[in-house]
Ligand binder design. Structure first.
Ligand SMILES: [Zn+2]
Length: 152
């Protein structure tokens, strides 16, 4: 994917994200809080601290971080990340298609970057890891967003 098409997709997702954001319902906010509870009872550490979230992390990760290919234990441990940042897509907070387990180090670096921004960032800074990230692209999720946008 070249820079231009990446940017176009990024812009489109951004537009849909903003539009959806202003239409959040009370239920959306409740789901959001439910997710926060699921993820951790207290503290601000990214990795799940409730039993359910720990189990989920355990079931959905292996020894190595899917981005940097290094052992979680050498990279600050496992964290639950939102592929599409929840700052921008809060209603996807509890959508498991949007979640994956990555290391603490990669998570900090990814931060609130939009997915396409992040792909571009990895492409520029860590070209060898780019295929890992593009492989994990949340394509289905983004297609859902496009469909919802078109139906209005
Ligand atoms: Zn990593």
């Amino acid at each position: 994917m070249d820079d231009q098409s990446l940017e176009a997709l990024f812009k489109q997702a951004d537009k849909i994200g903003k539009k959806r954001y202003h239409k959040l319902t009370v239920q959306d906010f409740e789901d959001y809080r439910r997710f926060d509870y699921w993820r951790y009872i207290n503290g601000d550490y990214e990795c799940g601290t409730t039993q359910q979230s720990r189990d989920w992390v355990h079931e959905n990760s292996e020894l190595y971080c899917p981005i940097c290919d290094r052992k979680f234990s050498t990279r600050g441990g496992k964290t639950i990340d939102h592929k599409l940042p929840r700052a921008q897509y809060p209603w996807l907070s509890l959508d498991f298609r949007n979640l994956w387990v990555i290391c603490q180090h990669c998570n900090q670096e990814k931060s609130d970057m939009h997915w396409y921004e992040y792909e571009h960032y990895v492409f520029v800074h860590y070209p060898k890891l780019y295929s890992n990230v593009s492989f994990a692209r949340p394509t289905v999720l983004l297609q859902t967003l496009k469909t919802e946008d078109a139906s209005e």
